[in-house]
Write a protein that binds this ligand. Structure first.
Ligand SMILES: C[S@@+](CC[C@H](N)C(=O)[O-])C[C@H]1O[C@@H](n2cnc3c(N)ncnc32)[C@H](O)[C@@H]1O
Length: 331
């Protein structure tokens, strides 16, 4: 059902995002007149259609719909009545939860339901053709053809009234900003990560990284907002040439999501933000296209899981038959 919403959104994005749309099921016209819905509200599209058509959605049929923009919005939207096919039905739960997925994040996010992620924390390529001293490089760090489609998908999968934090390369701030704005994100804050070292020395000694805090809709304010200058210790870059330290990421996850919520990193690298999500009790989805970094991230997540389990075990202590609070652990 969400496929309808996604197709509609794509079809109408260029025209006008907030125009209502009338939809009618062509393959079963009886009892299914045009329904007025707002294309921004994918949940509502789903509910409306469930009620009015009673189709076997779970079976994944292929049906045809007509859609048009009502007359009072015609000057702003497309004029003609168009048709589209439903070829796929996806559930509202992501199949990728608690995994590092190997692949191109644009393709992977397209398989994820809209509005399914609570927080995005990501560090995309900075578009600087980076190569470290040992010759390690980063895929997609040269051209920006992936940037707009990736940001559009990130926006789609993020829940309404939630935020994303995205690092970016300051030399290409224009490209990142355009991609975020085109996708629908509103910048609501800017973070500076102060390094304890100099990564490069030219006109200045370069000693910080940066990220934008981006809103989808109108997220609630955190009770105790973080400062926008955060200390960033050196990670050592052992697993990845631009590895971000978990210590700088974990507080962000703590501030913008709740335990058990789902954190997405579409450019996972060695999995630093997924490790931070795991350590703070959140669910995660990491996506990484480079085979070597994907392997690093997957192995790292296993190590983090073991460490968490060992720590819990040592905290629980020995079995004490007189301690009734331990019953649910040992018995
Ligand atoms: C700046 S690095 C992220 C490093 C990460 N923060 C860490 O701590 O390890 C960006 C990563 O995005 C990956 N990447 C680039 N384009 C991608 C795409 N379209 N889909 C998935 N991963 C991509 C690169 O291979 C690279 O590992």
């Amino acid at each position: 059902m969400l496929f309808i919403a996604r197709t509609l959104l794509r079809a109408l994005t260029a025209a006008q995002r907030t125009a209502p749309v009338l939809l009618r099921l062509i393959s079963r016209p009886a009892g299914s007149g045009f329904q007025k819905i707002f294309v921004q509200r994918t949940q509502k599209i789903s509910q409306t259609f469930r009620k009015c058509t009673r189709l076997p959605w779970e079976a994944g049929p292929s049906h045809r719909f007509a859609w048009r923009v009502p007359s009072d919005f015609r000057d702003k939207g497309p004029k003609e009545i168009s048709e589209m096919a439903i070829t796929n039905v996806v559930s509202t739960q992501s199949n990728f939860t608690n995994q590092i997925v190997h692949g191109n994040c644009i393709d992977v996010m397209r398989q994820m339901p809209a509005n399914s992620v609570d927080f995005i924390l990501t560090d995309p390529p900075y578009l600087v053709n980076y190569r470290d001293r040992s010759g390690r490089t980063i895929q997609n760090d040269v051209d920006d053809t992936w940037l707009k489609p990736a940001m559009a998908e990130a926006y789609r999968v993020l829940k309404q009234d939630r935020v994303a934090i995205m690092f970016y390369g300051w030399t290409r701030v224009d490209a990142f900003f355009n991609a975020w704005k085109d996708a629908g994100f509103q910048p609501v804050g800017h973070l500076v990560f102060r390094k304890t070292y100099t990564s490069k020395s030219r006109f200045l000694r370069y000693q910080h990284e940066q990220a934008f805090l981006l809103a989808k809709g109108r997220p609630p304010l955190p009770k105790q907002p973080l400062g926008d200058v955060i200390d960033m210790p050196y990670s050592g870059n052992k697993l990845h040439p631009t590895q971000k330290p978990v210590a700088a990421l974990a507080p962000l996850i703590g501030s913008f999501s709740l335990p058990g919520e789902l954190v997405l990193d579409p450019f996972a690298g060695s999995g630093s933000s997924c490790a931070a999500a795991l350590l703070t009790g959140r669910r995660h989805i990491g996506i990484e296209m480079d085979d070597a970094y994907f392997q690093q991230a997957r192995a790292r997540m296993e190590r983090v899981k073991v460490r968490i389990a060992v720590k819990r075990f040592s905290e629980i202590g020995q079995f004490d038959p007189t301690d009734h609070l331990q019953k649910d652990v040992w018995l």
